[in-house]
Design a protein around this ligand. Structure first.
Ligand code: TRP
Length: 364
């Protein structure tokens, strides 16, 4: 017998609706950039690579340059959910901030704020009221968490793993973000965040709703496959090109990419996914359509395809890498950027927390 569903029970099954909302949202951002507030982020687990760059980073840079307020959270507490030890957190945080700034997120622009969430107590405190707005069953059903539990090598699952999506809701709601640029895997967390905003408003904000319901903004770039042909480019699978790789390292990594044995290069994503993936990456880097690149290479085989890819990537990444090298020489700049990001996040978070405690009738 299946249990009757509680009223308003959260369903994670809304991909088509998310795609539609995402399109409407993009149109509105173009028209009214200043009406939107972006929040997004990553776990500081390692070097960002070209999958991040073409999949999400450049989209964030674009939005920030349109003038949209952009809060970028370095999710350091979340890193603890799927590993036993993690002792280089602050180095990883600085490294991630360096990758962000080198990619074009400009902390001096006045509308880009980069901060680790451990630096913002007001954000973290929101976790406590929020935890009481979701059921354990809802958390257990989260498909992304389920996958991460399967992938993790932990022998005992900690409660942090089940509850981090609620923490992520605090990341998003503490600054009343409206727009969350993410990949498809993060949509369940956004759905949960919307539900928490709705439930909080219904329970404590009948007269003055406190939280907007944020929307996911799906990037136009499809997922970049790993160079080994596996489903996703990821550092842990050793199949990626880090942003900070040198031109020579890039050439070496590209040489290891898996292709097929057909000499004539054609763009056929269904039949030849690995070759298509390399053509797509070359296309993002060069601005030339993948079909055109395939035509240019013709029967030059995968050797020629790989040199084309290496050259176009190295060309595209040159300014980013130069900026990265400068930043590495000036870690104090990166620290200042993070400190001012934290200061701004705390200022905003303090306001929200006060509203929340007032609405909940806590002692003030
Ligand atoms: N969970 C996200 C990831 O693993 C990172 C993240 C943390 C995030 N907080 C966020 C993403 C808020 C978007 C919004 O990639």
């Amino acid at each position: 017998m299946t249990e009757p569903k509680a009223q308003n029970d959260l369903s994670y099954d809304t991909f088509a609706a998310s795609v539609q909302r995402s399109r409407d949202l993009e149109a509105d951002i173009q028209k009214n950039p200043r009406r939107h507030r972006v929040l997004t982020g990553d776990r500081p687990t390692g070097d960002l690579h070209i999958g991040h760059l073409f999949g999400s980073l450049l989209n964030r840079v674009r939005l920030s340059k349109l003038g949209v307020d952009s809060y970028i959270v370095i999710a350091d507490y979340q890193v603890l959910t799927d590993r036993e030890v993690f002792d280089h957190i602050s180095e990883c945080t600085l490294n991630l901030a360096t990758d962000y700034i080198a990619s074009g997120l400009d902390p001096d622009s006045g509308n880009v704020f980069i901060f680790p969430h451990s630096g913002v107590p007001e954000l973290n405190q929101l976790l406590l009221p929020f935890l009481n707005l979701v059921s354990i069953a809802e958390l257990e059903r989260n498909p992304t968490v389920k996958e991460e539990i399967e992938a993790s090598k932990m022998t005992h699952m900690n409660a942090g793993m089940f509850t981090y999506p609620v923490h992520q809701a605090a990341d998003i709601l503490f600054c009343k973000a409206t727009t969350i640029p993410v990949g498809k895997d993060q949509l369940p967390h956004i759905e949960l965040t919307r539900q928490i905003a709705r439930r909080f408003n219904a329970k404590y904000g009948q007269i003055n709703p406190i939280f907007p319901e944020p929307e996911g903004l799906l990037s136009a770039a499809p997922t970049i496959l790993g160079l080994d042909g596996s489903k996703k480019m990821s550092k842990s699978r050793n199949n990626s090109i880090p942003l900070k790789a040198t031109a020579d390292e890039t050439a070496k990594i590209v040489k290891t990419a898996v292709t097929d044995s057909e000499r004539l290069i054609t763009y056929e994503p269904e039949r030849r996914p690995q070759v298509a993936n390399l053509l797509e990456i070359a296309s993002y880097a060069s601005g030339v359509a993948p079909e055109k690149i395939a035509e240019t290479i013709g029967d030059g085989g995968s050797g020629k395809l790989k040199s084309y890819l290496t050259e176009s990537l190295n060309e595209f990444l040159r300014p980013l890498r130069a900026r990265r090298t400068e930043l590495e020489k000036d870690p104090a700049y990166v620290r200042r950027a993070l400190d001012s990001g934290i200061a701004k996040a705390r200022e905003v978070g303090e306001k929200t927390l006060l509203e929340v405690r007032t609405a909940m009738n806590m002692y003030l």
